[in-house]
Design a protein around this ligand. Structure first.
Ligand code: APR
Length: 313
């Protein structure tokens, strides 16, 4: 079996962390690409220096040239600007559209069979643009947000209960913004519905904190946004694809009729394996959950329409 190739476009906080994680997991050879001269080369060399300690047989290289992604199996895109305090994810829209467009054109040329995971914010609009620019089938282009938002939700529930985070399963659907929809009714701890373990008020507070978690980190860091947990989440998706794990993960997937939505990307549970987004799972939503999901979809639609009318070509 030949070695897999993982291309990370963007060698910033998330890109560098993903390079380390991919090497630790020996997912394949890792190429990191960035416009900042020396940064992808320096981070790759730094991790290479630690390869015997990990230990890892992955080869790590850095480049300022998009051609380095040639024939990659997986491409994870974090190229773009992160949030600063006071900025919403949507404030990043215009500048990151330009970046995603040029990265997408290069992906189309260099790695036409790649599975593409977009992380750049505002996520749902950026992944929409990536699929449009590459022209790849929808199942080969998805966005990382739901794994992270769901993990944030699970970890906060686990903290409240004083139990291991790995025993909590909880899901967040909808757009990756303030309108995201934590599905409290479906959350379980060791198989027990958390609605039997925590009162409604506490669960509501946890759901609200989940939706604002990204902003909470931005407020604390002051110079950028979250990167450890986003990197862990994107690498989990890459691993599901590379190892054909058929994991059930929430990610930004293109809907074609599911949940009454057509042609937009939004966070939904999917089966992820060698085919990429192999299946979109339709969860039964009650009236309140559906109303919240529809509000979130309306926010995604606004951003997507902006992309449609402002990004040419
Ligand atoms: N091609 C390649 N790399 C680029 C390009 C481009 N056209 N434009 C910018 N970059 C690089 C920057 O040089 C920087 O190294 O993207 C990198 C982004 O890294 P950080 O600023 O550290 O941002 P990070 O925290 O990694 O977040 C990246 O993910 O979660 C989202 O909102 C976040 O949109 C942001 C993205």
């Amino acid at each position: 079996m030949s070695r897999k190739k993982i291309a990370l476009v963007g060698a910033g906080q998330i890109g560098g962390t993903m390079a380390l994680l991919a090497a630790q997991k020996e997912l394949g050879d890792v190429v990191t690409i960035d416009i900042a001269e020396g940064v992808p080369q320096g981070k790759s060399l730094d991790i290479t220096h630690g390869a015997t300690v990990i230990p890892s047989s992955s080869s790590l290289t850095g480049s300022n040239d998009y051609s380095a992604m040639k024939d990659a199996d997986v491409i994870i895109v974090t190229a773009g600007l992160p949030r600063k305090p006071g900025m919403s994810r949507d404030d990043l829209l215009e500048v990151n559209c330009g970046i995603i467009k040029s990265v997408g054109e290069n992906i189309k040329e260099q790695a036409p069979n790649a599975f593409v995971i977009v992380v750049t914010n505002p996520l749902d609009a950026m992944v929409y643009l990536m699929q449009k620019v590459t022209g790849f089938p929808a199942e080969k282009v998805c966005g990382m947000a739901g794994v992270l938002d769901s993990s944030r939700f699970s970890s906060l529930i686990a903290l409240e209960l004083g139990i291991a985070a790995e025993d909590v399963t909880a899901m967040v659907m909808g757009g990756h913004g303030d309108t995201m929809v934590p599905l409290t009714r479906y959350a379980t701890a060791g198989g027990v519905p958390v609605t039997q373990l925590l009162d409604a008020e506490t669960l509501e507070a946890i759901a609200a904190r989940t939706a604002k978690s990204g902003g909470e980190i931005v407020g604390l860091l002051k110079t950028g946004s979250a990167f450890y947990s986003p990197a862990l989440s994107a690498i989990k998706m890459a691993e599901a694809f590379l190892k054909d794990k058929k994991n059930v993960l929430t990610c930004a997937a293109k809907l074609s009729g599911e949940y009454g939505v057509d042609g937009l990307y939004s966070g939904v549970p999917v089966v992820m394996g060698a085919g990429g987004v192999e299946k979109i799972i339709e969860v039964e939503l009650d009236a309140t959950e559906k109303a919240a999901f529809d509000v979130s979809i309306a926010a995604v639609k606004d951003l997507t329409e902006w992309v449609e009318s402002n990004v040419k070509g």
